[in-house]
Structure formats: structure tokens, C-alpha cells
Design a protein. Structure first.
Ligand code: PMT
Length: 396
């Protein structure tokens, strides 16, 4: 988030029903510290009012080039912008962009810009698949414009198909990502996240309270920094981080198998999962019936996935986590040395698990580095910047 602060974007809204999502998008961007200047086509004002957008962004909305006394809004606003985002972008507006037309304020701003242009199409599936639209989209991509979506889904007209705009939250993620330094461009990162579930019988099991939030935040941050991410996740209620290759697993054995499958093609491995140290030696395939007496479960140790990866002859750069309930420094550094890790992030289990915020202490060969309390995505970005620096140093 800190990279996005002090950034200015022009949010261009064109005339489609998805314009209502632009209000939420503006709100999310402002919340992240981004200055948002809204510019609307005349058609867009029929779908959402400029008053709404002004209230959400704190800035008067630009609609036509004759609004300011010098008639130079298209130059001024696009020159100070770090990016222009068109959301929603109609088929008509995409056609204008592809052909360099500039017959209203927003299209003129796009033509006069010297910053990245991001376009989030929203239209009926037939309009999207029309050869003319596809030609125009290809032209925009060739011109270096970033396309955000669209996706397949239910459309305002009641039909289902390709052309639905990404949700505001997804767009906000993509926009913030463009401002992150691409420190991990092209690197392949394998991440484990979430809890594991070790079956006791057909319906019961041993698990823990890991929500996956820390691991998923690291996956998102790595994507933002240009990495190719594979996320091996135990059972969580979280949505797949946009663009990550996902491997859903349940037990530690499944997690281990998924990691083994991908580790040969990995530059950086990050073990964030709260892997069960033990599993039930003989899980029952049926539901165990109660008989009034005590029940003894025999537990057997699970393989240590991180230790296995770190000990491989051609091991990737390994980042471990340590969740401790006491003696954080001592136990964390012990774990780092035992597994010979270049970097380990330690946190207090009772504060970190399931929470939205966290505090981390990073341990590496140079000592310890405190990352103060913040949301997990902010911590993930700082952790990855640190990891990227160590990784690059190790390679040079
Ligand atoms: O998911 P959240 O709710 O966001 O919570 C985040 C978290 C607290 C789970 C996370 O920040 C964290 O600390 N993850 C590691 C939890 C853990 O199991 O720590 P550990 O000290 O037991 O394990 C040390 C390291 O070895 C970890 O990198 C772990 O992934 C790895 N490990 C452990 C056991 C095992 N069998 N295989 C492993 O790979």
C-alpha cells in the first residue's frame, strides 16, 4: 500500500451499467491513499451521478473540456496522473481508444497522456466477441495498454458470458499492483498457506486456526511484484489471489506431494502454512462410534515440508515462518538455524493466527528486523522486498 500512497489516478467512467461499480472502486482506491480524479463521459452521467463520484473522491468531476476557463483540463489532469484507468470501458470507448479519436474530454485525456492506461471492459457478450471489438482490443494491447478483464459471468441483460467487468475489489488490486516495484519479475515462487486437516475418521479431523490470510497476502504481493506464483493451500475460506496458480490440498501429506511436484521449477519457496506436526496413524474410514470409554489416538509425525525443500541439493531460496506462543526470538532463530534458512519470519501465534493484522520479526544472517503492526498485505510486501534483496545478493 505504501507504494500506492501519493499516487494520482484519473478514473475514467464511460456509459455502461457497470458504472455503478466505479463508485466502490473509487472508494477503495481513496482508502489506499490514492488521489482519484474522476472524468466521466456524458453517457456515464446517465448511469451514476457526478455528485456521487465527487463525494467519494473529494474532487469535482470532469465531464467536458469547456468546464475550466482555459479549456486545458485534458492536458493538466492527464499530465499529473500516474495512471489513467477506464472502468467501465464500453465497446464504443475501446473503439475510440484504438483509433486515437478524441471527441470528448475523457478520450482527449487518454490521447494526451504520458502515463500508463488501464482499461476494464464491460459489455454484452456479443459486443465483446464481435470481430471489431476483438480487433480493437488487440490494437490496444499492441499499443501497450493494460487490459483488466473482462470475465465470464452473469450480465445486466440477463445473459451469461464473457464481457462482465471485474469486481471493484479485483480492479483496485490490479491498479495498486501497477505501482509496486517489479522486484520479482519472472521469478517462480511456491508458497504454502493455510492449515492442514488430518483425518481422525470419516467426519472428524485435527486442524488449526490458520485462516490462510498471511500466505494469500504473500501470494498477492508476489504477483504484484511480477512473480509467477503457485499457491499450495490447505482448506481456507479465501478467494484465489488473482493470477496465482492454485493447488488446493487438505492434509500435510497432500501438501507435501503438491510441493514436491512443483519445487524443481521454483526460485523462491515460502512456507507460510501451519502444517500439522502429527497425523493420526490409522484414520478410520467410517465414523468412530462412542462406547463410553476413553479413546486413544496414536499420532505419527508428518514430514517437515520446509526442511525437505531447504535440504534439496539444488534448493530454491527458502523463507520459513515460525509461529510461537512464547520465547519468540530464541525459538525462531533456533528454527532458522536448524533448517539452514536464509530468512525466517517470526510471529506470535496468538496474535497472528486468523487476524487481519500482524507483527513480524525477520531473522537473517545480518540479525533481526522488526516489521511493526500492519495489515497482512503491507507486511507481505515488506517481507518480499527484504527477501528479494537477499535473493538477488545470493545470486550475484
Ligand atoms: O493463516 P493466518 O491466519 O493468516 O496465520 C498466519 C500464520 C500464523 C499461520 C503464519 O504467519 C505462520 O506463522 N505460519 C507458520 C506456522 C507454523 O506452523 O509454524 P511452525 O513454527 O510450526 O513451522 C515452522 C516452519 O516450518 C513454517 O514455515 C511451516 O510452514 C514449516 N513446516 C512446519 C511443519 C511441517 N510439517 N512442515 C513445514 O513445512
Amino acid at each position: 500500500m505504501e507504494q500506492a500512497q501519493q499516487k494520482r489516478i484519473v478514473l475514467g467512467i464511460t456509459g455502461g451499467i457497470a458504472a455503478y461499480k466505479a463508485a466502490e472502486l473509487a472508494r477503495l482506491l481513496v482508502k489506499q491513499g490514492i488521489t482519484v480524479q474522476v472524468a466521466m463521459t456524458e453517457a456515464a452521467t446517465h448511469f451514476i451521478t457526478p455528485a456521487t463520484m465527487q463525494a467519494l473522491t473529494g474532487h469535482p468531476v470532469l465531464i467536458n473540456q469547456w468546464q475550466d476557463d482555459k479549456g486545458m483540463a485534458h492536458i493538466q489532469s492527464s499530465r499529473v496522473a500516474d495512471a489513467i484507468v477506464i472502468a467501465p470501458a464500453t465497446a464504443d470507448f475501446i473503439a475510440k481508444l484504438a483509433h486515437g479519436l478524441a471527441d470528448d474530454l475523457l478520450s482527449t485525456m487518454c490521447l494526451a497522456r504520458d502515463c500508463p492506461l488501464l482499461v476494464a471492459p464491460a459489455m454484452n457478450k456479443e459486443m465483446w466477441s464481435n470481430a471489431a471489438t476483438q480487433r480493437n482490443v488487440q490494437q490496444l494491447i499492441a499499443d501497450g495498454v493494460t487490459m483488466l478483464g473482462p470475465v465470464n459471468g452473469l450480465q445486466a441483460c440477463g445473459e451469461e458470458g464473457m464481457g462482465r467487468m471485474l469486481e471493484a475489489e479485483e480492479l483496485a488490486q490490479c491498479i495498486v499492483a501497477t505501482f509496486q516495484p517489479k522486484l520479482l519479475a519472472g521469478q517462480k515462487i511456491l508458497i504454502t498457506a493455510g492449515p492442514t486437516y488430518e483425518a481422525i475418521d470419516a467426519v472428524r479431523g485435527i486442524t488449526n486456526r490458520s485462516s490462510g490470510k498471511m500466505g494469500y497476502a504473500i501470494a498477492q504481493a508476489a504477483q504484484e511484484m511480477g512473480a509467477k506464483v503457485t499457491l499450495v493451500s490447505g482448506p481456507t475460506a479465501l478467494a484465489r489471489p488473482l493470477g496465482a496458480q492454485m493447488m488446493n490440498v487438505s492434509s500435510a501429506a497432500e501438501m507435501f506431494a503438491a510441493v514436491k511436484q512443483h519445487v524443481d521449477d521454483t526460485d523462491i519457496f515460502i512456507g507460510v502454512a501451519a502444517v500439522a506436526d502429527y497425523r493420526v496413524a490409522q484414520p478410520c474410514t467410517q465414523k468412530i462410534k462412542k462406547n463410553g470409554g476413553n479413546l486413544t489416538l496414536e499420532l505419527t509425525p508428518n514430514p517437515d515440508i520446509l526442511a525437505y525443500v531447504a535440504a534439496l541439493p539444488d534448493a530454491p531460496f527458502c523463507v520459513g515462518f515460525a509461529a510461537e506462543s512464547e520465547n519468540l526470538h530464541e525459538y525462531a532463530e533456533q528454527k532458522r538455524r536448524a533448517k539452514k534458512l536464509p530468512l525466517l519470519a517470526a510471529n506470535l501465534a496468538q496474535q497472528a493466527i486468523g487476524a487481519d493484522d500482524n507483527e513480524l520479526i525477520l531473522f537473517d544472517d545480518a540479525g533481526e528486523h522488526r516489521l511493526p503492526r500492519a495489515d497482512k498485505l503491507t507486511l507481505a510486501r515488506t517481507l518480499l522486498r527484504h527477501a528479494a534483496t537477499l535473493y538477488q545478493k545470493g545470486k550475484s
